[in-house]
Design a protein around this ligand. Structure first.
Ligand code: NAD
Ligand code: TYD
Length: 353
């Protein structure tokens, strides 16, 4: 039986990954270490709460003693690190916690993995540390070209700088000590369980409540959208078959300007609810994000050629599934948009939600 330490498994991508893995494999143990910050929500895992293949532990990836105790107890084969502070706007307002979790937390995980996996100069057979990173470490593209695995690392935001720093430490542990690793750098994910602060769920939530849709600047910034289940499949493939030490870029090959995404959500949602009040008059261009990256786009050739992975879900299907998920889960939506989120929204957008 393969034993995984999955960190951040109560967040958006981590919880999708746990559900994906439990569906796919019988003989597996997933220990989910999550601090349950504002972005972590155990309701995401309600459907597997009685499944003995998933063990939830509330705690911090920076907690050395706790992480070490978990290694002692479970003798992990793999660590997959999803845990992070993940929102660019929050990193602009408050960068310190990004250094703490994204950099210090990662260093704690790889250092503890090394202490447990390296014995008499031999690494535990088959062990691997997988760092879930982001294409944002490469910085911003002009009109032409794509990010490849050899694009220079040039992060612009405090968030992407903290992720880039973590990537450097992971690679350094491979180069210096021989820690078996992979780094995946994915593009913008969308799908079920994404916290409402991010573009797609925020636009769905505001539009269904007839609230204004805050588009930063001219809305012509481009992101490469990847359906979260396709991403989970890629992580599983990299973890099982990725070549030791390699970086894999995982993208949707699906670039769109933000304004296109917002207009698509308006159109699909108004159709779905038969509600003419959901229309483009809700769009409000607001002040641009500081240091806003203009374009991200991934060339997924390497992960396709080496591992046979490609993004399977067309955007037209993925966005409708995502909109339906938010409409079908009002209790989840109510929970994540109450309390602290109200204060965050008011501070961020200058109006009550
Ligand atoms: P998320 O914010 O939804 O979830 C993060 C999870 O980590 C939460 O459950 C939170 O409670 C947990 N966490 C935070 N700090 C912790 C700590 N110190 N110790 C333990 N747990 C902690 O994030 P996400 O969107 O699921 O992203 C997962 C990973 O993928 C992150 O590393 C992120 O940088 C990366 N990523 C995300 C995207 C995206 O589009 N969402 C794109 C590229 C890369
Ligand atoms: P986001 O979902 O925060 O992801 P990232 O910054 O990691 O790409 O934002 C996606 C794009 O949407 C980004 O260009 C910023 C833009 N955006 C808005 O225009 N309005 C918003 O309210 C938010 C949250 C994002």
């Amino acid at each position: 039986m393969k034993k995984y330490l999955v960190t951040g498994g109560a967040g958006f991508i981590g919880s999708n990954f746990i559900l994906y893995m439990l569906k796919k494999y019988d003989d597996i143990l997933l220990v989910n270490l999550d601090k349950l910050t504002y972005a972590g929500n155990l309701e995401n895992l309600d459907s597997v709460k009685d499944d003995s293949r998933h063990v939830f532990v509330q705690g911090d990836i920076c907690d050395k003693e706790l992480v070490s105790d978990l290694f002692d107890k479970y003798d992990f084969d793999y660590v997959i690190n999803f845990a992070a502070e993940s929102h660019v706007d929050r990193s602009i307002a408050n960068p310190e916690i990004f250094v703490e979790t994204n950099v210090m937390g990662t260093v704690n995980l790889i250092q503890t993995a090394k202490e447990h996996w390296l014995c008499d100069k031999q690494w535990k057979k088959g062990c691997k540390y997988l760092q879930v990173s982001t294409d944002e470490v490469y910085g911003s593209l002009g009109k032409e070209g794509f990010f490849t695995e050899t694009t220079p690392i040039t992060p612009h935001s405090p968030y992407s700088s903290s992720k880039a720093s973590a990537d450097h430490f992971v690679r350094a542990f491979h180069d210096t000590y021989g820690l078996p690793i992979n780094i995946t750098r994915c593009s913008n994910n969308y799908g079920s369980f994404q916290f409402v602060e991010k573009l797609i769920p925020l636009m769905i939530y505001n539009a269904m409540n007839h609230k204004s849709l805050p588009v930063y600047g001219d809305g012509m910034q481009i992101r490469d959208w990847l359906y979260v289940e396709d991403h989970c499949k890629a992580i599983d493939m990299v973890c099982s078959d990725g070549k030791n030490g390699e970086v894999y870029n995982v993208g949707g090959h699906n670039e769109h300007p933000n304004i296109f995404i917002v207009k698509t959500i308006i159109s699909r949602l108004s159709e779905r609810l038969n509600d003419p009040e959901i229309n483009e008059n809700l769009i409000k261009h607001v002040e641009d994000r500081l240091g806003h990256d203009r374009r991200y786009g991934i060339d997924p050739t390497k992960v396709k050629n080496d591992l046979g992975w490609y993004p399977e879900t067309p955007f037209e299907l993925g966005i409708v599934k995502t909109i339906d998920w938010y409409l079908d889960n009002p209790v989840w939506v109510e929970h994540v948009t109450s309390g602290d989120y109200q204060n965050y929204y008011e501070k961020m957008y200058g109006s009550k939600i």
